[in-house]
Structures are given as C-alpha cells and as structure tokens.
Write a protein that binds this ligand. Structure first.
Ligand SMILES: *[C@@H]1O[C@H](CO)[C@@H](O)[C@H](O)[C@H]1NC(C)=O
Ligand SMILES: *[C@@H]1O[C@H](CO)[C@@H](O)[C@H](O)[C@H]1NC(C)=O
Ligand SMILES: *[C@@H]1O[C@H](CO)[C@@H](O)[C@H](O)[C@H]1NC(C)=O
Ligand SMILES: *[C@@H]1O[C@H](CO)[C@@H](O)[C@H](O)[C@H]1NC(C)=O
Ligand SMILES: *[C@@H]1O[C@H](CO)[C@@H](O)[C@H](O)[C@H]1NC(C)=O
Ligand SMILES: *[C@@H]1O[C@H](CO)[C@@H](O)[C@H](O)[C@H]1NC(C)=O
Ligand SMILES: *[C@@H]1O[C@H](CO)[C@@H](O)[C@H](O)[C@H]1NC(C)=O
Length: 641
C-alpha cells in the first residue's frame, strides 16, 4: 500500500511536471513496484527484470505484446546505448552502473487490447573504502565439522545469460583474496557453489562471488557478498552400523529380528527417517500379524565425542519362510545429507556341525588313549620289533670301550644269601639264552673271575667294562641270618653314619655310599651290588637291571637295602618267577593281593628258556641293542625307550 501510493505520488508529480509523455496517459493495469530491489555498485553490471511476462498476467503464448522501459525520473523511454545500456525485452541491462543510475524504472507491456505496468528499483551504493565485498550482504550458515557449501545468489543472472547463449564464469573471493579452485578446503562446485570441506570457525567470514561475462560487446561482471556464519549445531551424514551388508544364517520356521542401528553425528536434534525396504517396498506395518513388520524407533543420545544420536529400528519376522531367504533387506536412512543404507540377506542354517566335531574329537581322544595304553602294554614288544626292523637307527658303536654287555651279580658261595638256585640260574640258564641264543656277552662273577684275585679291584674293573649290571636276587639274598638280632644296630648305624656325614648334604642317607657299606658290613651282600647301586643311583652312569628270581613279599622287601628298594620302585624288576607261572604281567614286580595269597606256592625255579617268552623279551629290552653300541647318554635314553 505504501509502495503503490509512493508510485502514484511519483507519477502524479511527474505528470504535473509535464515532462512525461507516453505512459501516464494510458490506463494501464498497475503491478506497482517490485519488492525485490536490485543492488549494484558503480562499475558493475546490473540487471533489471520485469515479471510481467507471466501467465498470471496474461496469456503470453497466444497474445502478441510489446515491452517498453521508462526512466521514472525523466519519463523517457530507455533505448540501447552502446556500452552502457542494453534492453532485451523484459530485461534491462546496465552494462556499467553509475551512481546516477540509482532510481526506479518502469516497464509497460502492451498487448493489442491491454496494457500492464510495473516498476523496478535499482539501488546503487557507493563502495565502502577498504572492503572488497559489496556493501549489501546476504548471509548463509556453514555447519562446523561438515562439508558444506556456499551458494552464489546470482543464479537468476546465469540462467538469463544462458537463455541468450551467453557463457559466464564465477569466481569466489574470501575478503579480498581470490579463492583458487581445489586449493585447501575449497572446491568450485555446481556452477555457482563453493564447497568447503570440514568447516571450522576459521571459515567464518565474508565471501564474494563474481560473475563475469561478455554482453553487448562489453565484458562486465557483477558480484554478491555473503557473510558466512559457522554454526556449531549440525547434523552430519548418518552412519548405518547395522546391518553390515552381511549374510546371516537363520532357522526356517523360527522368529527372527534384525535391528537397524544408525548413528547420526550431530549437535541438536537430527532430522532423519529410518526405513526398512524389502524388494524396494517399504515395510510400514508394525503389526506382528503381518509376519514381516517393523518396530518403533528407539533413540538415545551420546554425549561423549563424537556427539550424536543413536537410532534403532527392528525388522521382525514372526515366522521365517523359505521365500524370505536370499532377499536383500535394506535399512535406508533419509536425511538431507544423503541416504546411507545397509542391507542383509538370510541364508538357511547349516546342519548342526558341533555334534560331529565333538564325536570326531571324542573318538580321536579315545584312539589316542588307546594308543598310549597299547604302547605301555606292548612297549617291550614294540621296542624289540623296532630294533629288529630298523637296525640302521642303532649305529654300531663297538668302540665305546666296554667289553661286556652285562655284568651278572649274585651272592657268591659262602656269602650270606647264597642260593644254589640262583647260582644255577646265573651259570646255566642265563648264558644259555642270552649268550648262546641271543649273542650277548656276559661277565658272570662266579664263572669269569679267577678265585683269589683281589676282589675289589677285579669287580671295579669288570663293572667298568660292562654296559649293564644284572643283579640277581631272591627273597633271602639281602637278608642276613643274623638280621633279626641286628635290627636295632641297623638304626644305630644309620643314625651314626648320618652324624659322621654331617658335612655332606645328602637328602637320603640310603643313597650314601658309607651307609650302604655299613649295610654290606653286616648283611655281607656282594660288594659289586653295593658298588653298582652306588653308581646307578648317585652317578647315573651304570644301568642296573634287577632280576627277581623269587616272589618278594612286602615284609621281605622292607628288609632290603634302601638303595635296592628305591631302584626297584623306580624302574621295576624283571621277574623270573612270573615267567615260571607262565603269566604275563607288566615289568614291575609290585605284588597284588591275589598274588600274595598264592605267594610261596610257585617259587620253584624251573628253566624256561625260550627267548621269545615274556621274561627274556624284557631282559633283551633292558640289555643294550645287541651288537650295536650306543655311546651318548641322551641317545641311549631315546632309543632304549
Ligand atoms: C481505466 O480502466 C478502468 C477499468 O479497467 C476504468 O474503470 C477506467 O474508467 C479507465 N479510465 C480511463 C481514463 O480510461
Ligand atoms: C493461451 O492461449 C492458447 C491459444 O489460444 C490456449 O490454448 C491456452 O489454453 C491459453 N492459456 C491460458 C492460460 O489461457
Ligand atoms: C509493437 O510495436 C510494433 C512497432 O513498434 C507495432 O507495429 C506493433 O503493432 C506493436 N504491437 C502491439 C501489440 O502494440
Ligand atoms: C563470523 O563472522 C562475522 C562477520 O562475517 C562476525 O560478525 C562474527 O562474529 C564471526 N563469528 C565468529 C564466531 O567468528
Ligand atoms: C553396504 O552397502 C551400501 C550400498 O550397497 C554401502 O553404501 C555401505 O557402505 C555398505 N556398508 C558396509 C558396512 O559395507
Ligand atoms: C521368538 O521366539 C522366542 C522363543 O522361541 C521367544 O522367546 C521370543 O520372545 C520370540 N520373539 C518374538 C519377537 O516373537
Ligand atoms: C543385494 O544388494 C547388493 C548391493 O546393493 C547386491 O550386490 C546384491 O547382489 C543384492 N543381492 C540380492 C540377493 O539381491
């Protein structure tokens, strides 16, 4: 109302001044002053544009019309002036604006029957000294942390130029400084836009875009300045965390649900929609009766960096069917920053493989345990077979300096514990099998040593020349006839010897050479036994094989020297008496209850001289590999397994 009265006043004023000719006499439909002002500065191009050519005004496709521009100050019609003014129908160009151009310009549109009138205002501001931008500024916001754009407000002008096939170019300035395309965070984009990556507060400021083109023979430009305000409130591209484009195994017939989990990095409340799509159709229903349905949103905010809001929306199947498999289920987020999405596919569940794997593992365990048991039961046979089958593995080491495979020790005649049966075994049965049948070389004390030799020296020497010691004994071998009367002195001796040896630190007095000597002194057991025990137990240099000719009861065992008991406990003994019973037992001679009950009944020695019997196999197992020599102790341990 104010504007139109201003114009009327102006027109009246012009009219009364009589300067005006043409347009005031006509009875035109008055569209009055356009609200949009045109701002310019001296030297720029300014474009004035009338909106009368519009279907709202008249049917311009069917009706012929003429447009004339008038300067309201002079009332004169405006005509083209080279390099200054260009009239193009409803568009009036000032190619080089001057301060005097400031004012209103009137458009009159005439059809054969009608006349329309409109005024447009051009505002020409004097430039501000020291400011490269335009005095009139628009403002736009930039979002901190986002990739954001500034949009040059000259798109109308570009479109107009394009309609006349006039090319133009845009340049951006920050303050007075030209922004180069692609430099730093800035990219020229989409004709009239400036893209700024990862906006921060330094991007706050004035930006000017300048449009340059050639029109009417003149190269001109026009500019707009934008104040860019960087805001902290933002909402970035939503991130779809679930589903992660994967295939999921599911059981047909069961219910199933998959959540869509979305994180929107933002400050303030983000505007997003989360939709589930199946075969490009939205799942809208949240009614479980519809079989495939969605839940309501659930949302919660995250206050620690990165700040934002989480959204969750479930896609649910009340019962999975075959047709639901191998289909993409897509969760799509609608936001003004884009439409990120994630999808998943359902696959039929594999048959349960835990059971077969369990069975396999179980049977492998059983097999392993069986192998171990079988190995222990048939260790002797396996090792002997191995020695026979792979003699290559047992290198011939005849040069280990030893003369005998075994030193056979047993109570000599006249000594306590002497037994004819033992001697018979040592002098006849042993050589018959081991020497004649198996080819071992034995040193048998009562056979191979000359009577009257210095016993101690000869024993030491021959022990050293032997690879094993076979210690033959019966229940009575270690038991003195005077034993019962000297039990107390035994204890005394041990305690005395402990006192004697206070300087030495031995955990077990039985392993003490002196103490064994004491035992020897009253049991008069063969000296070589003591020496061999000593070396076997303390030095580990000599392997002693215990050969038990009679069954030993625990009571009898208790009277054995400690060193023999220890050795017997540790490595067991080879039991001749078991061979006599024709029973095959494991190598240890630890008595069982039922054995004990039958004890004494079958302690008779009778020759069983087949080398393939259990007893001889065990003997061969304990003896060195025949004819081959093993020198290194670690190898011995390995191959004598
Ligand atoms: C102008 O036109 C209007 C209607 O469009 C009419 O009422 C008025 O009388 C006319 N005036 C003149 C001077 O022709
Ligand atoms: C304009 O005139 C043409 C031709 O007479 C006609 O087809 C069209 O419908 C008219 N448009 C309007 C908006 O009246
Ligand atoms: C437009 O102007 C031309 C010449 O100036 C004239 O011949 C024509 O009749 C005019 N048309 C209308 C609709 O006024
Ligand atoms: C951003 O720039 C405008 C001027 O362009 C200034 O008024 C405002 O204080 C600036 N804001 C910040 C946060 O720097
Ligand atoms: C899933 O696929 C969509 C488009 O197919 C892709 O935009 C999105 O980054 C993918 N998500 C993942 C986690 O790979
Ligand atoms: C899915 O089935 C299980 C039992 O099979 C039930 O506990 C659960 O509540 C069901 N879920 C839905 C969403 O129906
Ligand atoms: C699911 O969508 C992905 C990517 O959008 C496509 O590669 C795949 O072939 C689709 N699978 C099915 C079964 O439609």
């Amino acid at each position: 109302m104010g504007l139109s009265s201003t114009l009327r006043c102006l027109l009246f004023f012009l009219g009364t001044c009589g300067i005006c000719s043409g347009f005031l006499q006509e009875n035109c439909t008055d569209y009055q002053l356009q609200f949009e002002r045109v701002f310019s500065v001296p030297g720029d191009v300014a474009m004035l544009h009338s909106t009368l050519v519009s279907p709202d005004v008249f049917n311009f496709t069917s009706t012929p019309y003429n447009i004339t521009w008038y300067d309201s100050k002079t009332g004169q019609e405006i005509n083209n002036q080279a390099g200054r003014i260009l009239v193009q129908g409803e568009t009036l160009w000032f190619l080089r604006v001057e301060l005097e151009d400031h004012g209103e310009y009137v458009t009159i549109l005439r059809t054969p029957s009608q006349c329309y009138m409109q005024a447009t205002k051009l505002v020409v501001d004097a430039p501000v000294v020291g400011d490269c931008g335009r005095p009139r500024k628009g403002y736009q916001t930039l979002t901190k942390g986002a990739t954001d754009v500034l949009s040059c407000p000259l798109s109308d002008h570009i479109n107009k130029l394009e309609s006349y096939s006039i090319s133009s170019s845009v340049q951006w300035y920050r303050g007075c400084e030209l922004i180069e395309d692609g430099k730093g965070k800035y990219t020229y984009w989409d004709m009239i836009k400036l893209k700024i990556d990862n906006v921060d507060f330094q991007n706050n400021g004035s930006y000017t875009c300048t449009l340059t083109f050639t029109l009417g023979g003149v190269t001109g430009s026009m500019s707009e300045t934008i104040d860019a305000w960087v805001r902290e409130v933002y909402s970035l591209v939503p991130q779809v965390h679930e589903p992660g484009n994967q295939s999921i195994k599911a059981q047909i017939g069961s219910n199933y649900s998959q959540r869509c989990l979305v994180f929107v990095p933002c400050v303030g409340k983000p505007m997003v929609d989360i939709m589930w799509l199946v075969r490009n159709d939205f799942v809208m229903t949240s009614n479980p009766a519809d079989r495939i349905y969605v839940s309501e949103y659930r949302e919660w905010s995250q206050d620690v960096s990165p700040k934002g809001v989480w959204f969750e929306r479930l896609l649910m199947f009340s019962e999975l069917r075959e047709e639901d498999l191998h289909v993409n289920y897509t969760c799509r987020v609608y936001s003004y920053r884009g439409l990120p999405e994630g999808y998943f596919t359902l696959l039929p569940e594999d048959p349960n493989i835990i059971l077969p794997i369990g069975l396999l593992l179980g049977s492998m365990t059983v097999l392993f345990i069986n192998s171990v048991i079988i190995y222990y039961l048939f260790k002797v046979d396996i090792v002997l077979w191995f020695r026979g089958a792979f003699p290559v593995l047992y290198p011939n080491k005849d040069l280990d300096g030893k003369q005998f495979d075994a030193y056979v020790a047993y109570p000599q005649p006249c000594a306590d514990g002497f037994s004819e049966k033992v001697e018979e075994f040592a002098l006849h049965t042993l050589p018959q099998v081991l020497e004649k049948a198996c080819g071992y070389k034995l040193f048998i004390a009562g056979r191979d040593c000359l009577p009257g030799e210095a016993i101690v020296d000869s024993v030491e020497e021959n022990l050293r020349a032997s690879r094993r010691v076979l210690l033959l004994y019966t229940a009575s071998t270690f038991i003195s006839k005077r034993h019962t009367s000297s039990t107390s002195s035994n204890n005394n001796n041990i305690s005395k010897s402990s006192e004697n040896n206070q300087g030495k630190t031995t955990d077990d007095s039985s392993m003490n050479y002196e103490s064994d000597k004491d035992v020897y002194s009253y049991t008069r057991q063969p000296f070589e036994c003591v020496a061999a025990m000593h070396r076997a137990l303390l030095e580990g240099s000599l392997k002693v094989v215990l050969v038990e000719l009679e069954e030993i009861s625990p009571a009898q065992l208790a009277l054995f020297p400690e060193s023999v008991r220890q050795l017997r406990k540790r490595q067991g003994a080879v039991c001749w008496w078991k061979n006599l019973r024709k029973r095959q037992r494991s190598g240890t001679c630890i008595r069982r209850r039922e054995d004990e009950e039958k004890g004494g009944q079958d302690t008779q020695l009778s020759p069983s001289i087949s080398p393939s019997s259990r007893f001889w196999k065990e003997m061969r197992y304990h003896l060195p590999v025949r004819g081959k020599r093993v020198v290194f102790p670690e190898k011995t341990a390995l191959l004598n397994l």
